[in-house]
Design a protein around this ligand. Structure first.
Ligand code: SF4
Length: 468
């Protein structure tokens, strides 16, 4: 309100995807409470939407979507308002799988305004997605959690909060006081402006730094990792981090040669990409259920000769059984299968085995071959360039500087998942050229992920050779 043109307020692609998902869930929710009247909202003419709502109520509508009310300068649009006897049921639609504490604020301000407008609210509900729902039966896609009691308990605080917010909006730009509020319940987009830039190797990079330890280090006057006195008690990992930052060198534990032994050649490297559609679209899937839609496999033989295999689902068809067939073919004959954070691959394989029992034995064999490079790195190696992160995108360029994702159009998992969802679930929104480019970009990204594993394992073997 104080700086409407702030660049931080322009939603990025990730936020736009969240909005689109919320809108889609809202639309589908209406189909689950049928027969209602939708109030069209023109944000430049809110009073018109309020008048329309009053008219629709007077006409006896039993269900209203986006029912609009404004009282004492506070405007609300109720997702679903249903008549119940002499009163009304107010439902707030959320694309989560449960009712959350943060939804109560939202429902409370709506109830406050709706009651101030003269309606009697009998019940308040959060209408959220139901994890038990399984495609193709979407009849139970939504569950409704009664939050009337929580909202009633909250209502007495609402008028004072409205006043507080109004004062804030009408006054000058308030002084920014940074704190937990900046991250709770969501990250504030202005953190880049309000929060001071931290020095390199700030203590915040320490692995699993608890609040107590952070306070202790701050009391000692340590802003950066290299300033932590040697006698300070730290975890083994944190000690390794301090040593790496102080020396500027990679630290390798004596246990690395033993831990890397499982990763001797020949070795197969595997990486999955999955999407988790909020509303399931394929048989057997739940809301937000992860579905493998792409993988990359690199085989490296005993002589270091590398072969690549890949698969990416086609738009418009269920990818699940095809993913199994392709995966089993691509990993046939593998001695061991290495992944990074392999619990993800293992979980997806186990889910597929459960859903397609005819493949359970072969998928079980594959799961048994999985080995994970992440704990090998985390437990034995620290490079100052990791900056506290063990993600492949942090570890790889630190240990193998000539390797990076910088040249790729899709260069991180979130972008990949968003592109995959657009490519597979809304291909009609893309031109042929866009579809082809997206496919190429996605294949290149996933291929880089397993190539990175090949290179990382080589680097670790090299470090193991010099360890101890
Ligand atoms: S970053 Fe924190 S202090 Fe700054 S505007 Fe956001 S909530 Fe307020």
């Amino acid at each position: 309100m104080h700086e409407r043109g702030a660049p931080e307020l322009v939603p990025d692609a990730a936020l736009r995807a969240v909005f689109a998902r919320g809108n889609r869930v809202g639309e589908v929710a209406r189909e689950h409470v049928p027969g209602g009247v939708l109030i069209e909202i023109d944000w430049r003419r809110l009073s018109h939407a309020v008048r329309e709502t009053a008219k629709v109520i007077a006409d006896g509508a039993s269900v209203i979507y986006e029912a609009c009310f404004a009282e004492s300068g506070v405007f609300v649009a109720v997702d679903v308002l249903e008549r119940a006897g002499d009163g009304w049921v107010l439902a707030e639609v959320k694309s989560t799988t449960s009712a959350k504490a943060t939804h109560i604020d939202d429902a409370a301000i709506q109830t406050h305004v709706v009651e101030a407008a003269g309606l009697s609210v009998e019940r308040v509900e959060v209408m959220h997605l139901n994890r038990e729902c399984v495609f193709p039966d979407l009849s139970n896609l939504f569950a409704r959690t009664d939050v009337t009691e929580e909202v009633r308990a909250h209502l007495p605080e609402v008028p004072a909060r409205v006043e507080e917010l109004r004062d804030c909006l009408e006054g000058d730009l308030p002084d920014a006081e940074i704190g937990d509020r900046c991250k709770t319940p969501y990250d504030c987009p202005f953190m880049g402006r309000c929060w001071p830039e931290l020095p390199a190797d700030h203590i915040g990079e320490l692995f699993r730094l608890g609040k107590k330890k952070r306070e202790e280090l701050t009391d000692l006057g340590c802003e950066t990792i290299d300033a932590i006195p040697a006698e300070t008690s730290l975890t083994d990992m944190q000690v390794r981090q301090r040593e790496a930052v102080v020396t500027g060198e990679v630290v390798v534990e004596a246990g690395l040669p033993e831990r890397i032994r499982d990763f001797e050649l020949p070795l197969t490297y595997l990486d999955f990409e999955a999407i988790n559609p909020v509303i399931p679209v394929w048989p057997g899937c739940h809301p937000y259920g992860q579905v493998v839609v792409q993988f990359s496999v690199h085989h490296e033989d005993a002589d270091g000769v590398v072969e690549h295999r890949e698969w990416l689902a086609e738009p418009g068809r269920d990818p699940q059984e095809e993913s199994i067939e392709e995966l089993l073919a691509a990993t046939a004959g593998a001695r061991r299968v290495a992944a990074y954070h392999a619990s993800f691959e293992r979980s997806r394989i186990n889910e597929l085995a459960k859903r397609f029992p005819q493949y359970a034995e072969r998928l079980g064999d594959l799961a048994a071959k999985l080995i994970d490079l992440l704990p090998v790195v985390r437990g034995n190696v620290y490079h100052p360039g990791f900056h506290g992160s063990f993600s492949l995108k942090s570890v790889l360029p630190a240990l193998v500087p000539e390797e990076s994702y910088a040249h790729l159009a899709v260069a991180d998992g979130y972008t990949a998942a968003t592109a995959l969802e657009a490519y597979l679930l809304a291909p009609e929104a893309m031109s042929d050229a866009e579809r082809e480019k997206t496919r190429r970009d996605l294949l290149a990204y996933c291929k880089q992920d397993t190539w990175s594993l090949v290179v990382l394992a080589r680097a670790l073997r090299g470090l193991a050779g010099g360890a101890g």
